[in-house]
Design a protein around this ligand. Sequence first.
Ligand SMILES: [Zn+2]
Length: 236
Amino acid sequence: MFRFIQAALVDFTDLLFPTLCLGCRCSLTANEKILCADCRIRLPETGQHREPYDQNLLNKFAGKVPIQFVASYLFFSRHNLVQKLIHQIKYKGQKEAAKEIARWYGHQLKTESQLANQIDVLIGVPLHKSRFQQRGYNQADSIAEGLSEALNVPMATDILARTRFRDSQTRKNRLDRWENVKTAFAVLRPEAVEGKNVMIVDDVLTTGATLEACSIELLRAGCKSVSVITLAATHR
Ligand SMILES: [Zn+2]
């Protein structure tokens, strides 16, 4: 009920005020979505799908789990526009923004790489049930939705589950994060991923601990390969 009232209020606010750019809060024109043209042009794209030999992001998983490839749209750093966007997507209910930005990336990948032909299914990193109820949506699934549309690859939300709920990962170092997530995921329907090329979707790739834990479970369940795609990634 509360969520319904909240959604109605958002619609009402949209009527009173024009939609604003999530980056600089200027009014968007009819042709602009989520970001104004100025902010969109300033997005720090990794462009990494155009450089097949750029192993920088893949190195985050080196020696831990065999990841086929890693694709990230934007560079994330503290106080940049991308951090602002991710914050809105994760904590401020901007799931449409997540979907739209994922569509932008999906179109790029579709026209400039062979990636879509190498994946059978997209799976968002799941939230624990209680976190999902608290937030009302899973931002990773919203990103997967946008990518799925643009790449024309199916997505699934009923294969992987987060079974343990622990504190937020935000302030933890790599080892703490790993201890926190290493047994947090379970594959609910192994038959759905057996022999498949799976792409795990998340908002930000930082240490890679969460994505590593998901990958291990999926490979254990019989996936042919696991790849990773995120809206943003830290340099290191
Ligand atoms: Zn702007």
